[in-house]
Design a protein around this ligand. Structure first.
Ligand SMILES: [Fe+2]
Length: 718
């Protein structure tokens, strides 16, 4: 039997028992979700509580359609099993993330509450039937149909929390106090009696983030799998979450009116929305008394409860605090926790049976002084804690094919992780590995604790981790071309280019100073580095160069997306560590590889010269004036240096006006090929050593490819 249905299930190997537990877990979570919606009057279902989200009628139906849609996409059910195709289409995808000044289009044809109620009953029966008929005879893993059932349950747990936040935005007169949702924790209301926060020193330590891919003991979302390692500097942090009374100091010191404390986005958000205090604080202008809007009612301000704010407000508070405690002589920094710091605290102080305000053991936040966990309070539970960390994929991250838009859109360095869970968090949300991230202006049941340190650096990965999900079509296409799959058995083009050069020059060749002009996302530069003391890759596109840096310097995966057909995408990733290993690039090698964003047609001769190897891969037909480029090449090279050019000579006026084409046209009535012009232009200073065709394939969609024959010419500087 499930001892505590608020926590997620442990995948033990007594399969009969586990099947019963999953069945009960499903029933429990499904019904618990219903109890929240019973607090709504009919009109509350249709009132848009937050202009950035759908009305609650959507979320009432959404979690049920999710079960059906995910079971169909995973072949547990078939299309014939659909209960209401219209609902299963229109309620499938929620509104996740938008900017704070967006507006969601109104929709007036929402289904009736009774229709959704009836639909939910049918889904309940259908899924129960699936659970009863599915055999459970081996360990549950991400490929198992049971994973999909768990996905549906945990998805509903998430929406219980996010929907309850939407309920909190609704007018009180649209709500009814039911099912214990209005029971509140006691508060020590006397503002004068409240203990001040304390600062606790935390020793340095190592932290490993991520859950194992194989033999995971519980359900986890895709973003939790894989691994990342951190060394954490010693730091100090507040013993308690910042309480309402502590946050009041910031409000009363006019913190909301002083731009210097706010990030640019924070100030824009604050100004646009005319925000002067946390969203659920209300002030009686006659008496000056503060009140707090809870889920279903308004109460006297519970000063010892945690302040619930968004990231932008938490960050402004930290900046304000820093200005109070820091001086020019003694610089002190105040900021939020990072993800690994929070995990360090959790590993160090929180035991499995720690008492905490989570899992709906209570129906509201509670005093920050109530739950002591080792040296701190509320490391887990009460309200979530905003962190400085953006969500990013761990090494080993793999998208779950049944839910490929769960995390990927959040890898954009705009979604900050919240850690620790809240009073309403259930299931996976309470798990130490859970990673939920929201845009900085979003409100959840989240507050913060601050870090005090004299070290301005922290988790350098986060500062340098420019690892957004790459969606730029051209960049993605070239990542796939350089590092992705092989198509039609045609070998990797850049690798072939290196092999052809080395086969011709001999593999004992060693260049002192090489340059790859038009390096794109860097494969040739990396591949060729072992034959050079020093190599520079340059490209006009900063986006390409950014990929090169990430491959050279980072450990985090580089996710990218390529088209399958139309709007359907395939999510892929490259792993910089694996690429460096595959190419046998050591740390020493990395130090001799550099990349710069430069225009090949505008490279100062005084700086870019003295090369003994130049590679121009598929470059000359992309230059605005190839003749000028070619005529200065010899000045950049030492005598005996090797020049390698490849090009399919696809002249087009997109890149080169016709008068500047150096081939592919008639000159004096005769056909002039590019190779002929190259010989004319280069022969005064170069000897042509070899010409060879090299083919390559670039994928456009799953069903459309460019198959190109490039001509390689190898020259020696005379
Ligand atoms: Fe959802």
């Amino acid at each position: 039997m499930i001892k505590n249905p608020s926590k997620t299930l442990n995948f033990h190997n007594n399969y009969d028992l586990l099947k019963t537990e999953i069945r009960e877990y499903f029933i429990h979570v499904y019904n618990r979700y219903e109890t929240l919606f019973e607090c709504l009057t009919e009109q509350a279902y249709y009132k848009r509580a937050d202009p950035l989200r759908h009305p609650l009628i959507f979320y009432y139906g959404h979690t049920a359609t999710f079960y059906i849609n995910k079971c169909i996409v995973s072949n547990i059910l078939s299309n014939k099993d659909r209960i209401n195709p219209y609902l299963e289409s229109t309620l499938a995808i929620g509104v996740d993330e938008m900017s704070w000044d967006d507006k969601l289009q109104d929709r007036d044809n929402w289904p009736k509450v009774s229709t959704i109620k009836d639909y939910r009953k049918k889904v309940f029966e259908k899924i129960l039937n699936v659970i009863d008929s599915l055999p459970l005879i081996e360990p549950i893993n991400t490929k198992s149909p049971w994973w999909i059932i768990m996905m549906g349950i945990e998805h509903e747990n998430i929406h219980l929390e996010t929907s309850s936040m939407l309920v909190r935005h609704l007018p009180i007169n649209m709500l009814v106090e039911k099912n214990n949702w209005s029971l509140l924790c006691d508060s020590e209301n006397n503002i004068l009696n409240i203990t001040k926060n304390q600062i606790i020193n935390i020793e340095s330590g190592d932290v490993k983030l991520g859950r194992p891919v194989i033999n995971t003991p519980t359900y986890g979302w895709d973003n939790e799998f894989g691994e990342d390692l951190f060394k954490i500097y010693a730091f100090s942090t507040s013993k308690y979450l910042v309480s309402n009374v502590e946050f009041l100091e910031f409000v009363e010191d006019n913190g909301y009116q002083q731009k210097q404390y706010w990030t640019p986005d924070g100030w824009n958000y604050k100004s646009f929305n005319n925000v002067n205090n946390p969203r659920f604080w209300k002030k009686d202008l006659n008496t000056g008394n503060w009140y707090l809007r809870t889920l279903l009612k308004e109460i006297d301000m519970p000063w010892d409860w945690p302040a619930e704010v968004n990231y932008l407000e938490a960050k402004a508070f930290c900046n304000w605090k820093q200005s109070k405690i820091s001086s020019d002589v003694n610089k002190i920094y105040c900021r939020l926790l990072t993800e690994p710091e929070h995990t360090l605290l959790r590993n160090r102080f929180v035991t499995d049976d720690t008492a905490a305000n989570h899992g709906l053991v209570q129906q509201s936040p509670c005093s920050v002084f109530r739950y002591n966990q080792g040296e701190l309070n509320d490391i887990v539970g009460n309200v979530w804690q905003w962190t400085e960390s953006f969500i990013y994929p761990f090494n080993g991250f793999e998208v779950h094919p049944a839910y490929d838009d769960f995390t990927i859109p959040c890898f954009d360095n705009k979604h900050n992780l919240i850690k620790g869970s809240s009073w309403v968090s259930c299931g996976n949300e309470i798990d130490i590995n859970s990673r939920y991230a929201f845009r900085q202006h979003f409100y959840q049941y989240a507050g913060f604790r601050y870090v005090i340190t004299n070290n301005s650096e922290y988790d350098i990965k986060y500062n340098s981790n420019n690892n957004p999900y790459e969606t730029d079509d051209m960049v993605c296409q070239y990542i796939e071309f350089h590092y992705g799959s092989i198509y039609f058995n045609i070998p990797n083009y850049l690798k072939r280019c290196v092999e052809e050069c080395i086969n011709f020059l001999g593999n004992s060749i060693q260049f002192q100073n090489a340059i790859d002009i038009g390096c794109s996302v860097g494969r040739f530069t990396f591949e060729f580095a072992k034959y050079c003391d020093k190599i520079l890759g340059i490209d006009l596109s900063a986006r390409f160069i950014q990929v090169c840096y990430n491959i050279r310097d980072n450990v985090n995966l580089i996710p990218y997306v390529i088209p399958i057909e139309g709007d359907i995408k395939e999510y892929k990733q490259i792993n910089p560590v694996e690429i460096r290993n595959d190419l046998s690039i050591s740390l020493d090698d990395c130090s001799k590889i550099n990349f710069l964003q430069k225009d090949a047609c505008n490279l100062p001769l005084s700086e870019y010269n003295n090369y003994d190897f130049i590679f121009c891969g598929n470059l000359i037909d992309r230059l605005s004036d190839p003749k000028i480029f070619l005529e200065t090449l010899h000045k950049r090279m030492v005598i005996g240096g090797i020049l390698v050019m490849t090009s399919p000579y696809t002249w087009t006026e997109t890149y080169t006006t016709k008068e500047n084409w150096i081939g592919g046209k008639k000159i004096s009535g005769e056909d002039q090929t590019t190779l002929q012009t190259l010989e004319i232009l280069l022969s005064p200073h170069f000897e042509l050593l070899k010409v060879k065709d090299i083919e390559f394939v670039i994928r456009e969609t799953k069903r459309k490819f460019q198959h190109t024959i490039s001509e390689m010419s190898i020259w020696r500087r005379k």
